[in-house]
Ligand binder design. Structure first.
Ligand code: B1M
Length: 211
């Protein structure tokens, strides 16, 4: 099967076809990673371009996002399958004011797949909820996602709230999302930045490794 058909179905926001073609591509021996990168993520990039060009509006974004989430449910067991032993506990969420959660879910899935226990707080998460979750769980790592330039200040506020609270364990913070850079991570006092899900896994492993 040519993965461009799946990509096109995602761009059109046709959730049933996207789920069916994702299953078919797996049956035809495309790997979960190839399907994700070459059809789904690249399809979402195209959706973003169409939005920027004024050809797509929020309803089209929502349809594409719903189709992507359906495909991710199909891929989830394969992306999460792994031989690794539990590596650490991580609290994840998209920061306050930001509803974009597809990339964050992907990072959470890949972290689960590499042996992390993930406490996923969802999207639009206020700083104090991150603090509470770390207090309750004793997680060593927090992962923050933001997709809007306007929610970068909420990321900074969350890092400050975590740094200002006396926590049971010393917590490391990693951040990511399209408008985030490693420079921004340094500026706000996060411990690291990852540009995508696989780099996020490598970074998370480094951050929880004993010094
Ligand atoms: Co919106 N949106 N959106 N959107 N949306 C973007 C982000 C945008 C770039 C589109 C555009 O203009 N080209 C633009 C932001 C511009 C900016 O601020 N610079 C934008 C806008 C403007 C908006 C609204 C303001 C639109 C409006 O209402 N006028 C609005 C805001 C709502 C809000 O959040 N308060 C809005 C709404 C939405 C929907 C709700 C309709 C929907 C989200 C649905 C959902 O997530 N459940 C949506 C979507 C789908 C998009 C695009 C098209 C796709 C995002 C996506 O899922 N990408 C997006 C355009 C684009 O990105 N090309 C866009 C696929 C995903 C796998 O990638 O999330 O980047 P990504 O995650 C990557 C990396 O960034 C990284 O790893 C992931 C996997 O590789 N990563 C991390 C992410 N988090 C990480 C954390 C880490 C490490 C790595 O460590 C913890």
């Amino acid at each position: 099967m040519d993965l461009s058909i799946l990509k096109q179905a995602l761009i059109e926001g046709d959730d049933q076809t996207v789920a069916e073609l994702t299953r078919r591509a797996l049956n035809e021996d495309h790997s979960a990673e190839t399907i994700l990168n070459d059809a789904l993520i690249s399809g979402m990039e195209k959706v973003g371009e169409l939005f920027e060009q004024g050809e797509y509006f929020v309803p089209e974004l929502l349809l594409a996002a719903r189709a992507m989430q359906g495909a991710m449910e199909v891929l989830r067991p394969l992306l999460a399958a792994s031989d690794y032993q539990p590596t650490g506990k991580v609290v994840m969420g998209t920061v306050q004011g930001d509803l974009h959660d597809i990339g964050k879910k992907l990072v959470a899935m890949m972290l689960e797949g590499s042996g992390f226990e993930v406490i996923d707080l969802g999207a639009d998460v206020p700083p104090e909820r991150f603090v509470e979750a770390v207090e309750e769980s004793g997680a060593q790592l927090v992962g923050l996602s933001a997709l809007l330039t306007t929610t970068l200040p909420a990321m900074e506020a969350t890092v400050s709230a975590l740094r200002e609270t006396e926590l049971p364990t010393q917590v490391r913070i990693m951040i990511g999302g399209a408008p985030v850079t490693s420079r921004f991570a340094q500026d706000i006092g996060a411990d690291g930045y990852a540009p995508d899900a696989s780099n996020a896994v490598a970074l998370a492993r480094r951050l929880v490794a004993p010094d």
